[in-house]
Design a protein. Sequence first.
Length: 278
Amino acid sequence: MPLLSREDFQALYALEREAGSGLSVAELRKELSLTFPEGARVLTRGSEDYPQALDALADPPKVLCALGDLTLLDRQLLVSIVGSRNASSERCEAASFLASDLAARGAVIVSGLAAGIDRAAHEGALAAWTNESRRGRTAAVLGTPLSFPWPPENAMLYEEIVATGLALSEAPQAEGRRFDPNERMRSLKHRNRIVAALGTGTLVMAAAPGSSTLIEVDYALGLRRPVILWHECANEPWAKELLARDLRDGDGRALVAVARDAVEVEEILSPWSRVWWL
Protein backbone atom coordinates (compact mmCIF):
# COMPACT_ATOMS: atom_id res chain seq x y z
CA MET A 1 0.00 0.00 0.00
CA PRO A 2 1.30 3.51 -0.76
CA LEU A 3 2.52 5.29 2.35
CA LEU A 4 -0.32 7.57 3.46
CA SER A 5 -0.16 9.93 6.39
CA ARG A 6 -2.87 9.72 9.02
CA GLU A 7 -4.32 12.98 7.69
CA ASP A 8 -4.38 11.72 4.10
CA PHE A 9 -6.08 8.48 5.08
CA GLN A 10 -8.67 10.38 7.12
CA ALA A 11 -9.35 12.64 4.11
CA LEU A 12 -9.89 9.62 1.85
CA TYR A 13 -12.10 7.98 4.46
CA ALA A 14 -14.20 11.15 4.71
CA LEU A 15 -14.51 11.14 0.90
CA GLU A 16 -15.84 7.58 1.01
CA ARG A 17 -18.32 8.38 3.77
CA GLU A 18 -19.60 11.45 1.93
CA ALA A 19 -20.22 9.28 -1.14
CA GLY A 20 -22.28 6.89 0.96
CA SER A 21 -19.72 4.10 1.17
CA GLY A 22 -20.19 1.64 4.02
CA LEU A 23 -16.55 0.60 4.14
CA SER A 24 -14.98 0.23 7.56
CA VAL A 25 -11.54 1.65 8.29
CA ALA A 26 -9.99 -1.79 7.88
CA GLU A 27 -11.85 -2.43 4.62
CA LEU A 28 -10.77 0.93 3.25
CA ARG A 29 -7.13 0.25 4.07
CA LYS A 30 -7.34 -3.07 2.26
CA GLU A 31 -9.09 -1.51 -0.73
CA LEU A 32 -6.58 1.30 -1.02
CA SER A 33 -3.74 -1.20 -0.88
CA LEU A 34 -5.12 -2.63 -4.11
CA THR A 35 -6.22 0.51 -5.93
CA PHE A 36 -4.47 3.70 -4.81
CA PRO A 37 -1.56 4.37 -7.21
CA GLU A 38 2.01 4.54 -6.00
CA GLY A 39 3.16 8.15 -5.96
CA ALA A 40 -0.35 9.62 -5.82
CA ARG A 41 -0.95 12.53 -3.45
CA VAL A 42 -3.95 13.62 -1.42
CA LEU A 43 -4.66 17.36 -1.52
CA THR A 44 -7.13 18.87 0.93
CA ARG A 45 -8.58 22.30 0.41
CA GLY A 46 -6.39 24.88 2.12
CA SER A 47 -3.25 22.76 1.92
CA GLU A 48 -0.13 24.19 0.32
CA ASP A 49 -0.36 22.21 -2.93
CA TYR A 50 -4.12 22.49 -3.44
CA PRO A 51 -4.76 24.23 -6.82
CA GLN A 52 -5.62 27.86 -6.05
CA ALA A 53 -7.65 28.16 -9.24
CA LEU A 54 -10.27 25.83 -7.77
CA ASP A 55 -11.00 28.23 -4.92
CA ALA A 56 -12.99 30.29 -7.42
CA LEU A 57 -15.59 27.51 -7.66
CA ALA A 58 -18.81 27.71 -5.65
CA ASP A 59 -18.23 24.08 -4.64
CA PRO A 60 -14.49 23.33 -4.85
CA PRO A 61 -13.43 19.76 -4.11
CA LYS A 62 -12.76 19.19 -0.42
CA VAL A 63 -10.30 16.46 -1.35
CA LEU A 64 -8.41 16.11 -4.62
CA CYS A 65 -6.09 13.25 -5.53
CA ALA A 66 -3.18 13.91 -7.85
CA LEU A 67 -0.73 11.74 -9.77
CA GLY A 68 2.11 13.39 -11.65
CA ASP A 69 3.62 16.86 -11.87
CA LEU A 70 1.62 19.38 -9.84
CA THR A 71 3.92 22.24 -10.89
CA LEU A 72 2.16 22.23 -14.26
CA LEU A 73 -0.73 24.06 -12.61
CA ASP A 74 1.63 26.98 -11.91
CA ARG A 75 2.40 27.56 -15.59
CA GLN A 76 1.53 30.90 -17.15
CA LEU A 77 -0.95 29.49 -19.65
CA LEU A 78 -3.29 26.53 -19.23
CA VAL A 79 -5.80 25.89 -22.01
CA SER A 80 -8.83 23.70 -21.32
CA ILE A 81 -9.84 22.00 -24.56
CA VAL A 82 -13.35 20.54 -24.62
CA GLY A 83 -15.77 19.05 -27.13
CA SER A 84 -18.03 16.20 -28.07
CA ARG A 85 -17.21 12.54 -27.52
CA ASN A 86 -18.68 11.76 -30.94
CA ALA A 87 -17.03 14.64 -32.81
CA SER A 88 -16.09 14.08 -36.44
CA SER A 89 -12.64 12.80 -37.32
CA GLU A 90 -11.91 16.16 -38.97
CA ARG A 91 -12.76 18.06 -35.80
CA CYS A 92 -10.71 15.65 -33.65
CA GLU A 93 -7.76 16.08 -35.99
CA ALA A 94 -8.07 19.85 -35.69
CA ALA A 95 -8.15 19.56 -31.89
CA SER A 96 -5.02 17.41 -31.92
CA PHE A 97 -3.08 19.82 -34.16
CA LEU A 98 -4.18 22.82 -32.15
CA ALA A 99 -3.27 21.19 -28.82
CA SER A 100 0.13 20.24 -30.23
CA ASP A 101 0.81 23.79 -31.42
CA LEU A 102 -0.26 25.28 -28.08
CA ALA A 103 1.81 22.78 -26.10
CA ALA A 104 4.84 23.48 -28.29
CA ARG A 105 4.43 27.15 -27.40
CA GLY A 106 4.54 26.29 -23.69
CA ALA A 107 0.86 25.93 -22.80
CA VAL A 108 -0.41 23.11 -20.60
CA ILE A 109 -3.41 21.38 -22.19
CA VAL A 110 -6.19 20.47 -19.75
CA SER A 111 -8.96 18.06 -20.69
CA GLY A 112 -11.12 15.26 -19.30
CA LEU A 113 -9.71 12.04 -20.83
CA ALA A 114 -13.03 11.25 -22.54
CA ALA A 115 -13.32 9.86 -26.05
CA GLY A 116 -13.40 12.22 -29.02
CA ILE A 117 -12.07 15.75 -28.53
CA ASP A 118 -10.59 15.10 -25.07
CA ARG A 119 -8.51 12.21 -26.31
CA ALA A 120 -7.38 14.16 -29.36
CA ALA A 121 -6.32 17.11 -27.20
CA HIS A 122 -4.25 14.96 -24.85
CA GLU A 123 -2.63 13.09 -27.72
CA GLY A 124 -1.83 16.31 -29.54
CA ALA A 125 -0.18 17.80 -26.48
CA LEU A 126 1.94 14.70 -25.92
CA ALA A 127 3.07 14.79 -29.56
CA ALA A 128 4.48 18.32 -29.23
CA TRP A 129 8.19 19.08 -29.06
CA THR A 130 9.02 21.83 -26.60
CA ASN A 131 12.18 23.59 -25.47
CA GLU A 132 12.26 21.53 -22.27
CA SER A 133 11.11 18.13 -23.49
CA ARG A 134 10.28 15.91 -26.42
CA ARG A 135 6.73 15.87 -25.13
CA GLY A 136 4.27 18.63 -24.43
CA ARG A 137 2.50 18.84 -21.11
CA THR A 138 -1.10 17.88 -20.47
CA ALA A 139 -3.33 17.43 -17.42
CA ALA A 140 -6.26 15.00 -17.30
CA VAL A 141 -9.18 15.55 -14.93
CA LEU A 142 -10.87 12.23 -14.24
CA GLY A 143 -14.43 11.63 -13.17
CA THR A 144 -13.30 8.26 -11.83
CA PRO A 145 -10.63 7.13 -9.33
CA LEU A 146 -6.98 7.50 -10.35
CA SER A 147 -6.76 3.71 -10.57
CA PHE A 148 -9.74 3.46 -12.90
CA PRO A 149 -9.37 5.78 -15.93
CA TRP A 150 -12.43 5.94 -18.14
CA PRO A 151 -13.13 4.98 -20.87
CA PRO A 152 -11.04 1.77 -20.78
CA GLU A 153 -9.69 2.35 -24.28
CA ASN A 154 -7.86 5.42 -22.96
CA ALA A 155 -5.92 3.43 -20.35
CA MET A 156 -2.64 3.49 -22.29
CA LEU A 157 -3.05 7.19 -23.03
CA TYR A 158 -3.58 7.75 -19.31
CA GLU A 159 -0.27 6.03 -18.53
CA GLU A 160 1.48 8.33 -21.02
CA ILE A 161 -0.12 11.39 -19.45
CA VAL A 162 0.92 10.63 -15.86
CA ALA A 163 4.47 9.79 -16.98
CA THR A 164 5.15 13.43 -17.92
CA GLY A 165 1.99 15.32 -17.01
CA LEU A 166 -0.71 15.23 -14.36
CA ALA A 167 -3.96 13.45 -13.48
CA LEU A 168 -6.49 14.73 -10.96
CA SER A 169 -9.55 13.10 -9.40
CA GLU A 170 -12.07 14.03 -6.73
CA ALA A 171 -13.82 10.63 -6.88
CA PRO A 172 -13.69 8.22 -3.93
CA GLN A 173 -10.42 6.40 -4.49
CA ALA A 174 -11.34 3.02 -3.03
CA GLU A 175 -13.83 2.29 -5.78
CA GLY A 176 -11.42 1.57 -8.60
CA ARG A 177 -12.62 -2.01 -9.08
CA ARG A 178 -16.33 -1.52 -8.49
CA PHE A 179 -17.16 1.99 -9.62
CA ASP A 180 -20.91 2.19 -10.17
CA PRO A 181 -21.83 3.17 -13.79
CA ASN A 182 -24.53 5.60 -12.67
CA GLU A 183 -22.19 7.26 -10.20
CA ARG A 184 -19.55 7.37 -12.92
CA MET A 185 -21.80 9.38 -15.25
CA ARG A 186 -22.61 11.86 -12.47
CA SER A 187 -18.92 12.23 -11.64
CA LEU A 188 -17.92 12.65 -15.28
CA LYS A 189 -20.31 15.59 -15.61
CA HIS A 190 -19.30 17.02 -12.25
CA ARG A 191 -15.61 17.02 -13.13
CA ASN A 192 -16.30 19.53 -15.92
CA ARG A 193 -16.24 22.38 -13.41
CA ILE A 194 -12.66 21.44 -12.48
CA VAL A 195 -11.56 21.43 -16.13
CA ALA A 196 -13.10 24.88 -16.59
CA ALA A 197 -11.58 26.29 -13.39
CA LEU A 198 -8.05 25.09 -14.08
CA GLY A 199 -7.82 26.69 -17.50
CA THR A 200 -6.80 30.26 -18.17
CA GLY A 201 -9.54 29.89 -20.74
CA THR A 202 -11.64 27.19 -22.40
CA LEU A 203 -11.35 26.27 -26.08
CA VAL A 204 -14.46 24.64 -27.56
CA MET A 205 -13.83 22.40 -30.55
CA ALA A 206 -17.31 20.87 -30.98
CA ALA A 207 -20.62 20.96 -29.12
CA ALA A 208 -24.35 20.40 -29.39
CA PRO A 209 -27.31 22.03 -27.62
CA GLY A 210 -27.73 20.61 -24.13
CA SER A 211 -24.39 18.79 -24.21
CA SER A 212 -21.97 18.49 -21.29
CA THR A 213 -19.56 20.60 -23.34
CA LEU A 214 -21.91 23.58 -23.07
CA ILE A 215 -22.31 22.91 -19.35
CA GLU A 216 -18.55 23.27 -19.16
CA VAL A 217 -18.79 26.54 -21.10
CA ASP A 218 -21.31 27.78 -18.54
CA TYR A 219 -18.89 26.92 -15.73
CA ALA A 220 -16.10 28.89 -17.42
CA LEU A 221 -18.28 31.93 -18.07
CA GLY A 222 -19.61 31.78 -14.52
CA LEU A 223 -16.00 32.09 -13.36
CA ARG A 224 -15.53 35.04 -15.76
CA ARG A 225 -12.96 33.05 -17.71
CA PRO A 226 -12.75 33.48 -21.50
CA VAL A 227 -14.29 30.94 -23.85
CA ILE A 228 -12.83 30.54 -27.33
CA LEU A 229 -14.77 28.93 -30.14
CA TRP A 230 -12.94 27.05 -32.87
CA HIS A 231 -13.80 28.98 -36.04
CA GLU A 232 -15.58 26.03 -37.64
CA CYS A 233 -18.09 26.13 -34.75
CA ALA A 234 -18.86 29.82 -35.08
CA ASN A 235 -21.81 29.47 -37.46
CA GLU A 236 -23.56 26.75 -35.51
CA PRO A 237 -26.77 27.90 -33.74
CA TRP A 238 -25.46 27.41 -30.19
CA ALA A 239 -22.31 29.37 -31.04
CA LYS A 240 -24.21 32.22 -32.67
CA GLU A 241 -26.40 32.49 -29.60
CA LEU A 242 -23.36 32.55 -27.33
CA LEU A 243 -21.61 35.23 -29.37
CA ALA A 244 -24.79 37.35 -29.54
CA ARG A 245 -24.87 37.61 -25.74
CA ASP A 246 -21.75 39.84 -25.92
CA LEU A 247 -20.57 38.76 -22.47
CA ARG A 248 -17.77 40.79 -20.88
CA ASP A 249 -15.70 40.66 -17.72
CA GLY A 250 -15.34 43.44 -15.16
CA ASP A 251 -12.69 45.17 -17.28
CA GLY A 252 -14.90 45.18 -20.38
CA ARG A 253 -13.03 42.38 -22.15
CA ALA A 254 -15.12 40.07 -24.33
CA LEU A 255 -15.53 36.68 -22.70
CA VAL A 256 -16.40 34.84 -25.92
CA ALA A 257 -14.18 34.95 -29.00
CA VAL A 258 -13.37 32.95 -32.13
CA ALA A 259 -9.93 31.63 -33.11
CA ARG A 260 -8.45 29.94 -36.18
CA ASP A 261 -5.08 28.80 -34.83
CA ALA A 262 -2.85 28.54 -31.77
CA VAL A 263 -1.44 32.03 -32.22
CA GLU A 264 -4.92 33.56 -32.06
CA VAL A 265 -5.79 31.46 -29.01
CA GLU A 266 -2.65 32.63 -27.24
CA GLU A 267 -3.33 36.27 -28.17
CA ILE A 268 -6.92 36.10 -26.91
CA LEU A 269 -5.87 34.55 -23.59
CA SER A 270 -2.78 36.70 -23.02
CA PRO A 271 -4.52 39.39 -20.89
CA TRP A 272 -5.88 36.73 -18.56
CA SER A 273 -2.64 34.73 -18.43
CA ARG A 274 -0.69 37.81 -17.34
CA VAL A 275 -3.21 38.79 -14.71
CA TRP A 276 -4.21 35.34 -13.45
CA TRP A 277 -0.82 33.88 -12.73
CA LEU A 278 1.01 36.92 -11.28
